[in-house]
Design a protein around this ligand. Structure first.
Ligand code: ADP
Ligand code: MG
Length: 373
């Protein structure tokens, strides 16, 4: 939609029939990401290609890069696709991650240092929204989780006491110039982003450190496009890089309504070789994710068998400074991101106050959402 607003035509490759991007694009190629005919058609149709999802096989991007502009590059996407490569890369940049080890066999897991417990076992590839993760208190539990993931490559990471989670979205052009957005403060429930507040209520010093670290990663990757880096903040203010996303990110959705240039427009500008836009934030914002759960829980009927019902969107639209974004996904499922709400205000506290009212009105069950895992 952002590219279309700049006058471009858009072609989307997505295997899903229910594809939100496919439904608004000028053309939807409904095929597998590695379908050769579809890739050839993309290459013939598109001057530039980007990805909205990091699990698009690097091979598909490499193929397209032989025919036109592709950003981010397959090599950057590949780093973010594998937690082992990602964490090693972050450390090579001189930045810290949570303590972890790579685990590709039962023996390796048995040899994991005791200080990593309690920890989290995460599959190295294809995990998202907390999927492919298990909290493990002991080696025995870790072995059980490893088996339940089918013995695929994992990382075992120490569970850190988090003061806060924050993220930085940055856009970097072909000329190496970059523009960072104000830092967002993120609350996750059951491993899924629930709320982002921007600007984050943190010191300027911490915000600058997070932006510097993000820029360092983007420069080291010679990254082109929109990149998000998620951080953990520890009680003493130290930062740990959690992970990165080589694309516009959920924690940057607030930029659609609260900034001069949205993260999506920035991606379109980079691809088209246009100058980057201003990342200036003109209002404080709270972004609430709307999960499929709202279709079931909003009237207090939390039985798993209840039929889904459309939430009462007037709860959102009744607030003049709340903006509703629904992605047009047909099937509401628990834990599935169906849309989001952005609340705008002059001050962060006011945006938070309204956001809390909207959460209550939509029946977002904070306790239940946090306990799901
Ligand atoms: P995903 O790829 O699913 O987003 P993450 O690794 O970002 O996976 O984990 C999701 C969330 O789980 C994090 O945002 C954080 O809230 C929590 N989490 C993950 N790793 C740790 C950790 N080492 N210590 C504490 N909390 C963690
Ligand atoms: Mg994450």
């Amino acid at each position: 939609m952002a590219a279309q607003s700049l006058g471009y035509r858009v072609c989307v490759l997505d295997p899903g029939a229910d594809s939100p991007a496919g439904s608004v694009a000028d053309r939807h190629l409904r095929a597998d990401y590695l379908d050769e005919q579809a890739l050839r058609e993309m290459a013939a149709t598109c001057a530039a290609t980007t990805t909205e999802f990091e699990n698009v096989p690097a091979r598909a991007l490499e193929f397209l890069a032989r025919h036109g502009v592709v950003s981010p590059a397959a090599a950057s996407v590949a780093v973010a696709q594998d937690r082992r490569a990602e964490k090693a890369f972050v450390r090579r940049c001189g930045l810290d991650t949570a303590p972890y080890v790579d685990v590709s066999s039962v023996d390796e897991l048995r040899g994991a240092p005791a200080e990593l417990f309690p920890g989290i076992l995460k599959v190295a590839c294809l995990g998202y929204d907390g999927k492919g993760q298990a909290g493990v208190a002991s080696i025995a539990q870790a072995l059980e989780a490893f088996a339940s993931f089918g013995g695929v490559a994992c990382v075992l990471e120490k569970r850190l006491p988090l003061e806060l989670e924050i993220s930085v979205v940055i856009a970097r052009g072909f000329d190496g110039r970059s523009v960072a957005y104000p830092v967002a403060e993120n609350v996750h429930r059951a491993g899924i982003l629930a709320v982002s507040t921007a600007p984050a209520r943190i010191s300027q010093e911490l915000a600058l450190r997070a932006i510097d670290a993000t820029r360092r990663i983007a420069d080291a990757l010679d990254y082109v496009g929109v990149l998000c880096v998620e951080f953990f903040v520890l009680a003493d203010g130290r930062l740990r890089v959690n992970e990165m996303a080589p694309r516009p990110h959920n924690s940057g959705h607030y930029t659609i309504d609260a900034c001069v240039t949205s993260q999506f427009e920035q991606q379109a500008r980079v691809l088209a070789g246009l100058p980057l836009g201003s990342s200036h934030q003109h209002q404080a914002a709270v972004m609430l994710n709307i999960l499929g759960d709202c279709w079931y829980d909003h009237l207090g009927d939390a039985q798993p068998s209840a039929a889904p019902r459309e939430p009462d969107w007037n709860v959102v639209l009744g607030h003049p400074a709340a903006k509703l974004h629904l992605y047009g996904k047909r099937e509401p499922r628990r834990g599935r991101k169906m849309g989001h709400v952005t609340v705008l205000a002059e001050a962060v506290d006011e945006a938070v106050r309204v956001a809390v009212q909207i959460e209550r009105g939509l029946g977002i069950d904070v306790q239940r959402a946090a306990a799901r895992r």
